[in-house]
Design a protein around this ligand. Structure first.
Ligand code: ATP
Ligand code: DNN
Ligand code: MG
Length: 228
């Protein structure tokens, strides 16, 4: 067991709000700080065949951004084709997900100094009819990073997530205000409200980027000093 290792579960206020986008940038920021960092996407539902093997774009992005190189199956042990809730995708594939299966299948590389583990959807995404992804995070004792997709309604989603993370006794290591869909009315007031109401540090405010901005340039908008 690597005692100095820090393990962060990256969750979000919803699906499609920038967990992968921000995780890749965090991995680049950690690499710039000289950290040996790995990115995992244990469960993916949305995959295409790449040279005959089903692969998920999030897992490939994390693989590319990480300073530590891992095989595809180490990054993404559970991969399903349809872009739907993972427990339904697993069922359609004739299998199932559970806390126990995650515990047995997700290998945290011991030689990584930092590990970022991207969830799927929001904080309470189901694994099955009884368990949620958050139950595995709680059992594993990971720290949590919350990506807030800045749009109307996000204050409620953010606080519901923060409250449940805290209720489980987990440490919220930080949060990011990400603007995946451009302008939001009164954006600064919304960010300010979150800053006043979330105790954990804001790791960055990321406006909508144009296609030319890669994870390296987005990483400059993030302050990872509290994650080192
Ligand atoms: N700040 C941003 N600027 C520009 N594009 C962004 C930004 N944040 C996210 N996006 C884009 O929005 C889309 C959704 O982001 P992303 O895939 O990171 O979401 P996600 O939360 O990881 O979704 P999922 O739940 O499927 O894992 C992607 O095409 C991503 O490139
Ligand atoms: C397919 C999608 N992009 C995500 N990977 C999975 C989103 C799960 C959402 C579950 C829910 O309804 O809360
Ligand atoms: Mg993603």
């Amino acid at each position: 067991m690597n005692k100095g290792q820090r393990k962060f579960f990256v969750t979000g206020t919803d699906t499609e709000i920038g967990k992968t986008f921000i995780s890749a940038a965090l991995l680049r920021a950690l690499a710039h700080k000289g950290k040996k960092a790995a990115g995992l996407k244990p469960i993916a539902s949305d995959a295409q065949p790449v040279q005959g093997i089903m692969k998920n774009e999030d897992a490939l992005e994390l693989q590319k951004a990480a300073s530590m190189s891992l095989s595809y199956s180490e990054i993404n042990p559970f991969c399903f084709e349809p872009a739907i809730a993972p427990h339904i995708a697993a069922d359609l594939a004739g299998t199932s997900l559970s806390v126990e299966r995650l515990q047995n299948s997700v290998i945290i590389p011991d030689d990584a100094e930092t590990v970022l583990i991207e969830g799927a959807g929001g904080w309470l995404t189901p694994l099955n009819n009884q368990e949620t992804y958050a139950d595995w995070v709680e059992q594993s004792g990971f720290e949590v990073i919350l990506v807030v997709g800045m749009k109307l309604g996000c204050l409620n989603h953010a606080m519901l997530s923060v409250r449940d993370i805290e209720r489980r006794g987990l440490k919220l290591a930080g949060w990011v205000a990400n603007f995946p869909v451009g302008k939001m009315n009164m954006a600064e007031d919304n960010v300010q409200w979150l800053k006043s109401n979330i105790e954990a540090p804001c790791l960055g405010i990321v406006p909508q980027q144009d296609a030319s901005q890669d994870a390296d340039s987005v990483s400059q908008l993030l302050d990872v000093s509290s994650l080192l």
